[in-house]
Design a binder for this molecule. Sequence first.
Ligand code: S3P
Length: 435
Amino acid sequence: MDRITASFEGGVLNGVVQVPGDKSISHRAVMLGAIAEGTTSISGFLAGEDCLSTIRIFSQLGVGIERNGTDVSVKSPGILKWKDPVNPLDAGNSGTTARLLLGILAGSPVTAQISGDRYLCKRPMRRVTTPLTEMGGSFSADNDSGTLPITVTGTTLKSMHYEMPIASAQVKSAVLFAGFSAQGTTVVTEKAVSRDHTERMLQQFGANLLGEGNSVSIEGGQTLKACAVKVPGDISSAAFFMCAAAMVSGSAITFKDVGLNPTRTGIIDVLKEMGAKVTVEQKVEGEGEPYGTLTVEAANLHAVEISGALIPRLIDELPVIALLATQAEGVTIIKDAEELRVKETDRIEAVCSELQKLGAIIEPTPDGMRITGPTKLTGATLNSHGDHRLGMMAAIASLVTEGSVQIEDASCINVSYPGFFDHLNSLTQIETLME
Ligand code: S3P
């Protein structure tokens, strides 16, 4: 399914949807299950391309992983008994897999080369190898571009206090994983708090962590206990249909069992601020991640400013928020989001150039975008740039365009949302054409 035509001539979106499991949490469940000795069982796992890359990699290290749909069992001899892999470890398109793995392998007994697809091999890795090298980590590469492929030789690490220059959960997690194997206490301090799934899950697996303000510390030399992990639905996937419900007049969509971790719910804050009706029912909070049921209803939307500490809480949602802003009254400003330039693609340039093809009034800025609305959009051919979130943004755009939207290179949507078009079809009760 590489070219898709999406069209929607009027009508509303209605229904209940259970989006696939959270990508960030699915990766970490396999990783921590692989570090712990024993059998970890995961339910609600995201069987998307990125998380399948993580499963393949840990299998190569000698961990027994079996998957039956969204149920995964991870049977591990423990990190100290992992084997050197025969072949390079291929993280595919997944930055989370590559960066967290660099932190995990740095203090493991393993030597391995980590590689990825042509997009991932262009993304910066120094943001993790720099602090990890300070901890004593050993990395080598054929060139000095600071990108994959990189060979890690596991060694004894020392602790550090790392003051993060950027808000990145991947960097924070890589340093915490290294700190888990290091001698002494490792502290990570963030300027703005990024998603805390690693911290929560380490605790769920029995590790001791101490959080204070924007800092978290972990003592090295602890052991993890295998356990059962429930992965809630991914709010970053739900965000596409949350925005669709908000902007297509008369629509209402309910999301069941969706993750409601406060470090991820910036999209709810923004939708409410823009005027959409968002109701959270049945929030479940216990061990592990909070989740619940959420309903979004359409309303007249107005522009907002999105900046500062809110950015890490909705970083992956910004492409679809930019689309939403084209339908809101006024000028929406997104700033402090320069991290978008080093995602699966440069999401500032790609979002602006694709939405401009539909007639949107949107301009890139060095650290974000400026969008003027409301604008009547017209169908056109858009390209995903090999980026799953751009592909889904294009499909959701078809709900507000006059005429259809063709999406080129749409198969990348499977990276995070297998079944996306089935959900789109059932919520709109219209068949999307796949060529
Ligand atoms: C992720 C962290 C974020 C996010 C990515 C997943 C994670 O990246 O954009 O999709 O699972 O830790 P950064 O850490 O680069 O901000």
